[in-house]
Design a protein around this ligand. Structure first.
Ligand code: T3D
Length: 262
């Protein structure tokens, strides 16, 4: 259903709002389709230079819609693995590889794949009342949507094991203290701060931000030598951009830079 996702573009920021509030924005095939179509547009629109992802209502996202999954399991039309292959894995790859920064405003509970979609974004702000739940083990599943990759890297094996094996609720404040997310914001201030952050990023040197994402994505699997080589290659490309020339000129002329994203 088209309204399952709200998609607006203002001031260089594409805002994506998961919009199934009665079901805590749980993922259905319809929501996945709408999100994939929006990301197609965002990738092809040079005027969009940052993305803001959030949820409508009191939740951010409760992961896979279990009623839909129960129905597809009963009819034999879709297995868990195939949903990952078709929807969740491409979504996580796209968020990580998108050549524009993605801010996530976690407005409420983020559970299962909903939590891990949030953690795949570049900068995660969470409302003080929000929480993160690796709820998979509670229903007999394993963390997916990149959870088993990102959790040990962000918080270490001991905390990742506790989160994944117990499926307990982690408060936004604890998530920030552990380094799972960037920052906690008071509930009433979340959307204002997240929007301001996304607008700021939309005025930054977009190509350089894309190269930074690329370098950070590659880092966990690289040796120092490989990473140094990658930094050299990316720096060569960054230094060839119009925005680098503008950044240096603005510095020397003691004025704010006017980056155009090229
Ligand atoms: O096969 C595959 O697709 C593999 C992929 C798996 C990816 C996954 O994400 S698996 C994990 C799926 N998600 C969960 O297990 C979380 C289920 N939800 C919860 O545990 C709780 O809802 C929360 C802890 C997130 C929030 O609890 P609470 O008490 O604040 O809210 P609630 O009352 O449980 O939920 C409110 C409504 O949303 C309720 O609907 P109702 O009864 O008012 O009509 C509830 O059923 C619905 N809802 C919440 N989560 C889901 C959901 N409906 C469908 N699927 C959900 N995941």
């Amino acid at each position: 259903m088209a309204d399952d996702l709200l998609f607006t573009r203002t001031d260089g920021v594409a805002t994506l709002t998961l919009n199934r509030p009665d079901k805590l924005n749980a993922f259905t095939v319809g929501l996945h389709r709408a999100l994939a179509a929006a990301l197609d547009e965002i990738e092809g629109d040079a005027a969009v230079r940052a993305v803001l992802l959030t949820g409508a209502g009191r939740g951010f996202c409760a992961g896979q819609d279990l009623a839909e999954r129960a129905a597809t399991m009963a009819s034999g039309t879709q297995s868990g693995g195939s949903a990952l292959e078709t929807w969740y894995n491409p979504l996580i790859r796209r968020l990580r590889r998108l050549e524009k920064p993605v801010v996530c405003a976690v407005n409420g509970v983020a559970a299962g794949a909903g939590a891990n979609v949030a953690l795949a974004c570049d900068i995660v702000l969470a409302a003080r009342s929000a929480s993160f739940i690796q709820s998979f083990a509670r229903i007999g599943l394993v963390p997916d949507a990149g959870g088993s990759y990102v959790l040990p890297r962000l918080v270490g094996l001991a905390r990742a094991s506790g989160l994944a094996l117990l499926g307990d609720r982690l408060s936004a404040a604890q998530a920030a203290e552990w380094g799972l997310i960037w920052r906690v914001v008071e509930d009433h201030a979340l959307m204002g701060e997240a929007t301001a952050l996304a607008r700021h990023l939309a005025q930054q040197p977009t190509r350089a931000l894309a190269f930074i994402k690329q370098a950070l994505n590659a880092s966990p699997g690289n040796t120092l030598d490989q990473q140094l080589d990658l930094e050299r290659d990316l720096q060569k490309q960054a230094a060839a951009t119009e925005d680098f020339r503008e950044g240096v000129a603005a510095f020397l002329e003691k004025r704010p830079p006017r980056f155009v994203g090229r």
